[in-house]
Design a binder for this molecule. Structure first.
Ligand SMILES: C[S@@+](CC[C@H](N)C(=O)[O-])C[C@H]1O[C@@H](n2cnc3c(N)ncnc32)[C@H](O)[C@@H]1O
Length: 410
């Protein structure tokens, strides 16, 4: 593919270095995809990006002024919006190139494969796919119409013309199905059945599955003839921004007052950082905690932790919409942290139980777990689909997308 020579900056050596770096790290092994990384100028899709500064505000960076940063294996924040809770939220980003190449390789694409990407964003990944497979094989959808339009212009400026659509990618693109693969670059609370219907038998769905905030990772499913999709989680944890059904930011969450006067107190030896530090335990706990969980750190004087701040939190906390909450001091005495719990459920106990389960299973990694999806069920299993250790997400209840109560099957 010949590219117009209007792209600013001496970017090709940077793109070449990025390809070499990803190859050396084992994240880029297919020669044809490596060729795409060398040929597609990332900074044409990310002409500017946002970087958070020490005081928590966002600075705008111009890519052509620092090409080395744009051709590094890092995610770049490309679109911001006012958050429903105040402050700023991220609407779109350019994913880490190494994660992108790992995911594309995990699709096991052959020439002629048709691929649907959910989450066009900047269009860079669609550019890599179009370079690798050809325009006619690549479809990409994003809920943000203006991002789709920008991506279309940038791709066309480089000579790429994949099919881009503005809309809710949870519905897939039935008019262009069937696909050999669907790759989602946003996180879903459950795999939409429409995706299973729109991949061919033997085709692959690769998505970040997060049934609850922060709880879950990349899963690679193969559609089977018997109308189910099944597969394992990827060995390496990954986190994408959440899918939202409408453009703009996600709705505001919920608040639970932590009334320490009416709390029950006890101690725990479990690390209070578990929701962040032990992501598989957090995932297993989420089946009991439910799909809506708020969590964070408590500061000595209250308020939020500014980015890169030196403020040291005193405790971690979690809460669920039924009014349950737990707060765990970070400081320990003889290895014991103080736990305060209030509301109808003892949330920290659920996390301790999940930790015990994970320990009893031999502290397995993500790829020891898998997922089976049928029209009405999502079953997570340990080791094998017919395992005695399974967890389930209950059937969709309201809008057909968001799963209701989650639970443990066995
Ligand atoms: C991490 S970015 C994607 C990065 C992109 N693949 C690239 O190469 O730049 C995630 C994208 O998912 C999009 N998204 C969120 N909800 C969506 C939905 N329901 N359907 C399609 N895209 C969605 C966001 O607007 C955002 O652009």
């Amino acid at each position: 593919m010949t590219k117009p020579n209007t792209i600013r900056g001496d970017w090709e050596p940077h793109a070449g270095r990025l390809a070499d770096e990803l190859a050396a790290a084992g994240k880029l092994t297919e020669p044809r995809l490596a060729e795409a990384v060398r040929a597609v100028p990332r900074h044409a899709f990310v002409p500017t990006y946002h970087q958070q500064t020490a005081d928590g505000s966002w600075a705008r960076c111009v890519s052509v002024d620092d090409l080395a940063s744009v051709y590094a294996n890092t995610a770049l924040i490309t679109a911001l919006a006012p958050a429903a809770t105040g402050g700023t939220t991220v609407l779109s980003s350019s994913t880490q190139p190494g994660l992108m190449t790992r995911m594309i390789e995990a699709l096991h694409l052959i020439d002629g494969a048709r691929v649907l990407e959910v989450g066009t964003g900047t269009g860079y990944n669609a550019g890599l796919l179009a370079h690798r497979l050809g325009d006619g094989q690549v479809y990409s959808v994003d809920v943000e119409a203006d991002l789709v339009e920008l991506a279309r212009q940038r791709l066309a400026g480089l000579g790429y013309h994949p099919t881009l659509v503005a809309g809710d990618g949870a519905a897939g693109l039935p008019e262009h199905a069937p696909f050999h693969a669907i790759i989602a670059t946003c996180a879903v609370p459950a795999i939409p059945w429409a995706w299973v219907e729109q991949v061919r038998p033997g085709g692959v769905i690769l998505s970040d599955l997060k049934p609850a905030p922060g709880a879950g990772s990349l899963v690679r499913l193969t559609r089977r003839d018997d109308d189910r999709a099944e597969g394992r989680f990827d060995a390496t944890y990954a986190a994408f921004m959440d899918l939202r059904h409408t453009a703009g930011n996600n709705p505001a969450g919920f608040r639970v007052e932590r009334d320490h006067d009416r709390a029950e107190y006890r101690t725990t030896s479990l690390d209070p950082n578990t929701p962040w530090a032990s992501l598989l335990v957090w995932f297993l706990a989420s089946f009991d905690l439910g799909p809506e969980i708020a969590y964070g750190y408590t500061l000595p004087e209250g308020g939020k932790i500014p980015a890169h701040s030196d403020t040291v939190p005193t405790a971690s906390w979690i809460a669920t919409p039924d009014g349950s909450w737990a707060e765990i001091t970070l400081a320990a005495q003889n290895g014991q942290h103080e736990v305060a719990e209030g509301g109808p459920r003892r949330l920290w106990r659920l996390i301790e139980n999940a930790y015990d389960t994970w320990t009893d299973l031999g502290r397995p990694g993500w790829d020891s777990f898998g997922l089976t999806v049928t029209p009405g069920t999502h079953t997570v299993w340990f080791d094998q689909p017919d395992s005695e250790h399974t967890w389930y997400l209950a059937a969709p209840v309201d809008d057909g997308e968001k799963f209701g109560a989650a639970g443990r099957a066995v």
